[in-house]
Design a protein around this ligand. Sequence first.
Ligand code: UDX
Length: 435
Amino acid sequence: MKNIAVVGTGYVGLVTGAGISDFGSKVCCLDIDIEKIKLLNNGKIPIYEPGLKDLVDRNIKSKRLTFSNDIEESIKYAEIIFIAVGTPENKSGEADISAVLQVAELIGKNLNNYKLICTKSTVPVGTGKQIINVINKHKQNNIQFDYCSNPEFLREGKAVSDFLRPDRVVLGVSSKKAYDYMKDIYRPLYINKTPLINTTIETAEMIKYAANAFLALKISYINEVANLCDEIGADINVVSEALGSDGRISPKFLHPGPGFGGSCFPKDTKALVKIAKKYELNMNTIDAAIKTNNYQRRRMFNKIENLLEGDLKNKKIAVLGLSFKQETDDVRESAAIEIILELINREVSINAYDPVANDSMKKLIPDIEYKLNWQSAVKGCDAVVIMTEWNEFRGLNLEELKELMFTPIILDTRNILNISELKRLEFKFDNVGRK
Ligand code: UDX
C-alpha cells in the first residue's frame, strides 16, 4: 500500500482521507488550519457527519490515519497526493480554484520523486490541465508525475456510506500507471465489483458537473409538478411514487420541497452554465432549474403569507429546521435563510430551532431567538414553518403542538406531516403539492 497525503480536511478531505485509510492505505490528512488539526489529533471531529467519528477513530487506532500541518514535508513523503481544498463560488458565479492552484504550486516545489496527483475538489472542466501546468512550472528537475481527476459524490449526512459503498468511482487519468495506482487504493471496492470508470481527465471533470446538475434538474422538475398539483388539487406524493416506479426515472431525488440548497447544487449548476457560456453554448435546462429553485423559495414565503392572510407584522413564527437538509449542521444556501430574512423584513419575530444547526445559523443571522427544543420554539407562536425534514419533526406530537401554539397554523415545506391528523386537529395548514 502506498503513502497518501490528503490536502484539505474539510468535509470532503476528511471523509476521503478516513475512507481511504479504511480501505487499507496509510493516510496523512493535512490542513493549514492549526486549530482544526489540533482538534483532530485530540480525537474531535470539526463537523457534524454521522459515522465519521467512528471511521476516524478506528483508523487512528490502526495507525493508518494521521493529521498534520506540515504540508510540505508530507507532500515530499507521499506517493499519492489528493487535493481536497474548497472551490467556493466567486462573485461572477464561477468556481474559485485559487486554493487548488496554490496546492499545485506547493506540490510542484516539493516534487522530490514520482507522484500521482489526484483532485477530489469539484473544479471546472480544464482545471486538471491547469494543475498539471502549474506543477510543471514549479518543479525544479525532470521528475515525472501523473494526474487523476477523481470527483466525489458524497452527500452530506450520508458521506461515510457514500464513500465506503459508492455507486461508481470515476477515474480520469493521464496514464495507465495512474489508473493502476488508483485501482490499488480502491481495491476493496474493485473486488466487490463497484464500477471503476476509467476515462480522460476532462471527461471525469464533466461527469461531476453533469451528475449534480441533473439531480438539481430533477428536483426543480418535481417542484414545478408539485406547484401545479397545488393548483389543480392533485397529490404530488402519489405522482412522485408513480413516476419513480418507472425504472427509467428512479424514485430518488423526486421529493418536492423548498428548493435545493447546500454547498454543491447551487454552486455547481451556476458554474456549469458559466463553463458552457465560455464555449458559446447555453445550458437552457440548467438555467431553468436555477430559476425554478429561486422561485420555489419565494413560493414558500407566499404560502406563509397566505396562511396568515397577509398579516405578518408583529406576528411570532417558529422556524423548525435550519440546515439545508436533514442529518447535517450545514446551513450553506439553506432555504431557511431566505425565508427567515424575508420574515424579518416583514417585522415578524422568529423562534428558530434545529437539532444541530442552531450554532451555524447564529453566525449568519444572530438577531433572532434560538431555542433548544421544538416545544419552546413553538410556544405562543402564530404559525410554524417546517424547513428541514429532520426525523424529530416527522414525529411531532401534533396535539401537543396545537396546545402550545397561539393559533394552529403550519406550513410543512417538506411534506412530512400526516394530513389526516392535521385535519382532525383542525390545523390551518399548507404543504408542497398535497392540497
Ligand atoms: C450533493 C450530491 O448529492 C452529491 O453527490 C455531491 O457530490 C454533493 O452535492 P448534498 O449537497 O450533500 O450532496 O445533498 P443532497 O442530498 O444531494 O441534497 C441537496 C439538496 O437538494 C438539499 O437541499 C435537499 O434538501 C434537496 N433535495 C434533495 C430535494 O429537495 N429533493 C430531493 O428529492 C433530494
